[in-house]
Design a protein around this ligand. Structure first.
Ligand code: MLT
Ligand code: ZN
Length: 469
């Protein structure tokens, strides 16, 4: 039967779009963090939405489970096939068209395989901004970004991926194409169907294209690196900045000296603008040229300094210095990786509870694993902390993670839950956090999710084993 399915797929997509050779399929079989390694019947590489739909129809006919995959940069194993060898990977990376850019309507229509950096460039080409931004933007692809409702560095101002979408085109689990590619900003015609697929991690269908919102390109941008004593001081600074600068506050990132020290170990890193504080804020404000941003920022930071609420401050004096500051921040995850990776946590709590979250989690780790190294940083404006735990210096990272990972994660997630928080702020659920989802959501929430899954994918062929599937 699988031979017949493969023959149909080859006939429909062409030989070259159906990979079965071991070496050719290997890159599709593991996730970015190498937490999982699966097998596959075939990797399909359709060229457009019609081919995706045709491929899904054939898979549905033969009852073959399907795993959609984009840039494969996710952290939760949401795009990796299982070990059965029955699942078919559907790669969206050849859906590369930017179908339309409308500077007047402030929209852009693009296909799932376009990278985030390419979307940003297409918007910049017509003097517009597509504001989603994150460390993986050179490789992550639109389909995955929307399917995981990715966050990143400018959520404070512009929201997560979900908030940047006007319309979607989706291949349903039975192979029908739902053409919801509207560019309307106002459309109250019933349920907002696109929301079912955003953040659904490919369990309800495959996003093949989207209409995205664009924004005016900010003519002015100011970036600062600020020493702070702790997270409470950082939260206080954010509040003062928002009072003074309102929505001009675009990014507000917190990074501890511990994380910065890890980055310093990478070759070719710029020197930090300042060191010596227990933690730092990297903040950016942006707006119109006549917003007098620099002056407003200097005034706010000056008053905070005068009240001893913050430590030293460096304002970026050039675009090169600004980029160097961001490079330091964005290099934290790769720095952790070179040390064998970390036990990652992507927790969020109401903003006012952030200092308590960090204190609780730190105290718990210090008590039971006093030698473990910590890397704590995050998107403070979004109440989102990455509280990552690394093996003690000199210990084997894999061994430490295998022996202590579950207990450490239980502790950190427990601290977030106790503060009315979430165990997955922006990285999704995938395979990795599936059990956590079931353990932490109410039975009614799980039932509603399962009913939706059942309604759209009654046979359970779309990305099984992920989320509630
Ligand atoms: C980040 O903020 O850098 C990522 O979401 C977290 C990570 O890569 O670990
Ligand atoms: Zn993050």
């Amino acid at each position: 039967m699988t031979a017949a399915a493969l023959a149909r797929l080859r006939e429909c997509l062409g030989e070259a779009s159906v990979l079965t050779d071991d070496a050719a399929v290997e890159p599709y079989l593991h996730d970015e963090r190498r937490l999982y390694h699966g097998r596959t019947l075939a990797v399909l590489r359709p060229r457009d939405a019609a081919e995706v739909a045709a491929a899904v129809r054939i898979c549905a006919d033969f009852q073959l489970p399907m795993v959609p995959q984009g840039g494969n940069t996710g952290y939760c194993g949401g795009a990796t096939p299982d070990e059965s060898g029955r699942e078919v990977v559907i790669s969206l990376s050849r859906l590369r068209q930017i179908r339309a850019v409308d500077p007047l309507g402030f929209t852009l229509t693009a296909e799932a395989g376009v990278t985030l950096a390419e979307l940003q460039a297409a918007a910049a080409g017509v003097a517009r901004l597509f504001p989603l931004s994150m460390g993986s933007e050179g490789t992550c692809q639109l389909g995955g970004v929307l399917s995981t409702n990715a966050g990143g560095l400018a959520v404070l101002r512009y929201g997560t991926a979900r908030e940047l979408v006007l319309g979607l085109e989706v291949v349903l689990p039975d192979g029908r194409l739902w053409e919801g590619l509207t560019a309307l900003r106002k459309d109250n015609t019933g349920y907002d169907l696109k929301q079912w697929f955003l953040g659904a991690e490919g369990t309800l269908g495959i996003i093949t294209a989207a209409v995205l919102k664009l924004f005016p390109s900010p003519a002015a941008k100011e970036t600062a690196w600020v020493g702070v004593s702790d997270l409470a001081a950082a939260c206080n600074l954010l509040s003062r900045l928002r009072e003074a600068l309102g929505d001009n506050v675009t990014s507000f990132e917190y990074l501890t000296a511990e994380s910065l020290a890890l980055v310093a170990g990478l070759p070719g890193m710029p020197a930090p603008p300042l060191t010596g504080a227990p933690a730092f804020v990297l903040l950016e404000v942006s707006g119109r040229a006549d917003d007098a941003l620099r002056e407003a920022l200097e005034n706010t930071l000056g008053s905070a300094l005068a009240r001893d609420e913050i430590g030293e401050v460096v304002l970026a004096a050039s675009d090169a210095q600004r980029r160097a500051m961001w490079r330091l921040r964005e290099s934290i995850p790769p720095a952790e990786k070179t040390l064998g990776g970390s036990i990652k946590h992507d927790v969020s709590v109401p903003l006012s509870a952030l200092p308590a979250l960090e204190a609780e989690a730190r105290a718990g780790i210090r008590q039971r694993w006093p030698e473990a190294r910590l890397s704590v940083y995050g998107h403070i404006g979004d109440g989102n902390l990455h509280f990552n735990v690394l093996a003690p210096a000199g210990a084997l990272a894999e061994d430490f993670k295998a022996r202590h990972g579950a207990a450490i994660s239980a502790l950190v997630h427990g601290a977030a839950t106790a503060l009315a928080g979430s165990f997955s702020a922006e990285h999704g659920v995938g395979k990795l956090k599936r059990d956590l989802l079931h353990a932490s959501e109410s039975p009614l929430s799980i039932e509603l999710m399962q009913r939706l899954k059942q309604a759209l994918d009654p046979v359970g062929l779309m990305n099984p084993g992920k989320l509630v599937g």
